[in-house]
Write a protein that binds this ligand. Structure first.
Ligand SMILES: Cc1ncc(COP(=O)(O)O)c(C=O)c1O
Length: 408
């Protein structure tokens, strides 16, 4: 019950109480969704001229024309209704064949659910299984969606730190040591946002073997599975797991084919898990965007040169940003193997949020502070290299002299 307002209380207090009352009308689960630390930066950047964004989390390269054509053709052909709840049958078949060939894993259409991007897939998978008493292991730093989704339905997050000194690689022994009697699941994001780390096959296999042995669920977020710069052998859980009983593999078209706004993703899992997720999906978004699913069929079934071309551009940018970070005073970098992010450290105990804010104000370059991605990387900054090398060079022409003047 809200407290009665006393006439003598000042206006400020009464405003505060009204606010408290309004807040109380939300489901307490909403409290798990943090106030984004990025908001302040983005708000400030929107009021400034000539900002260079190294903060962007989506591809800047154009969607390949044959994919756009397939989208427009679907619209013109009147494909504007709902699809089947599991997804467009042609897309389910295309994904089954594509993954079957890529990872030599036999799948059926019933192993797949099409969603509105990987975001919906993660929402369904995590919120359908997280519950009080269930502990989820998550790397720190990690993509900012996981922890709130786990906490919203009462689950507990246990962070496993990764370190820049170790190229943010995940030590399987650390993961195994973190497992206890309450551990219910592990979220494995490979290649990783925000670190760009790509976990090798030995790491993934060791972790999966232990999870299978202990009956721990694995949510594998593989949206950057084509953004690989050094090693073509990508250790997808689909190629490492003996069976899919405790695995949900999540991905989307967003990054690989520059289709982030078309919103198509998927979950691949056991038929039993997909059956349950399908029911939940029908009660959330019902189906993914129909013409975008046709575009997805075109993406998967055409020649894959467009992907290779985009990846070689990102590789060139990765090499460029590694050199630029090396030349920047106070930043300690490493070589990210995938995705399109670098996550260098400032000296220990320097507040990355404060640096990012001042850097934006004083140089017009926007990066994301490490504390947006967890608890232990508050002295890190995330640099996205989803921009041209020319623009990146301009950004560092501003950053390097500015950093040289900082007295940390
Ligand atoms: C690691 C990771 N997972 C999932 C997503 C969401 O992807 P989608 O656009 O398919 O919802 C992103 C987007 O930035 C991401 O970085």
């Amino acid at each position: 019950m809200p407290e009665p307002l006393n006439k003598s209380v000042g206006q400020a207090t009464s405003r505060k109480m009204k606010y408290r009352k309004a807040k109380a009308s939300w489901n307490p689960a909403m409290q798990a969704i943090p106030v984004s630390g990025i908001r302040k930066l983005v708000n400030m950047a929107s009021t400034m001229k000539d900002v260079i964004h190294l903060s962007i989390g989506q591809p800047d390269q154009p969607t390949p024309p044959h994919i756009i054509e397939a989208y427009v053709d679907a619209l013109n052909a009147g494909q504007t209704g709902y699809t089947m709840d599991a997804g467009l049958p042609e897309l389910l078949v295309a994904l089954r064949d594509y993954y079957g060939k890529r990872y030599n894993r036999k799948l059926t259409r019933d192993n797949i659910l099409i969603t509105s991007g990987a975001t919906e897939a993660l929402y369904l998978a995590i919120s359908a299984t997280s519950a009080p008493g269930r502990q989820f292991l998550v790397t720190d730093p990690s993509f900012l969606l996981y922890a709130p989704l786990i906490r919203m339905t009462g689950g507990e997050v246990k962070y496993i730190p990764t370190y820049a000194e170790n190229n943010h690689q995940l030590d399987p022994d650390d993961v195994i040591k973190a497992m206890g009697s309450r551990t219910f699941a592990l979220v494995l994001n490979n290649p990783n946002n925000p670190t760009g780390a790509v976990y090798p096959r030995s790491t993934v296999e060791t972790i999966l073997e232990e999870c299978a042995y202990r009956g721990i669920q694995v949510y594998a977020d593989e949206v950057y599975d084509h953004m690989l710069f050094d090693d073509d052998d990508f250790a997808s859980v689909l190629s490492c797991a003996v069976d899919l009983d405790n695995i949900m593999c999540i991905s989307s078209f967003s990054k690989t084919y520059s289709m982030a706004g078309l919103r198509v993703g998927w979950v691949i899992s056991s038929q039993a898990a997909i059956k349950s997720l399908r029911r939940y999906h029908m009660f959330t978004t019902s189906v993914a965007n129909t013409p975008a699913q046709f575009a997805g069929v075109a993406a998967l079934t055409a020649e894959q040169h467009c992907v290779q071309d985009m990846v070689s551009i990102y590789r060139e940018r990765r090499d460029n940003i590694v050199k630029l970070i090396d030349r920047t005073p106070h930043l300690t970098g490493y070589k990210p193997g995938g995705a399109f992010y670098a996550f260098p450290n400032l000296p220990p105990h320097v507040d990355g949020s404060d640096v990012a804010l001042r850097m934006l104000k004083e140089t017009g370059v926007c990066v994301v502070p490490g504390d947006a991605f967890g608890d232990h990387c508050t002295n890190a900054l995330r640099f996205s290299f989803s921009l041209t090398c020319e623009r990146m060079n301009e950004a560092f022409d501003r950053i390097i002299p500015w950093m040289a003047k900082q007295k940390f």
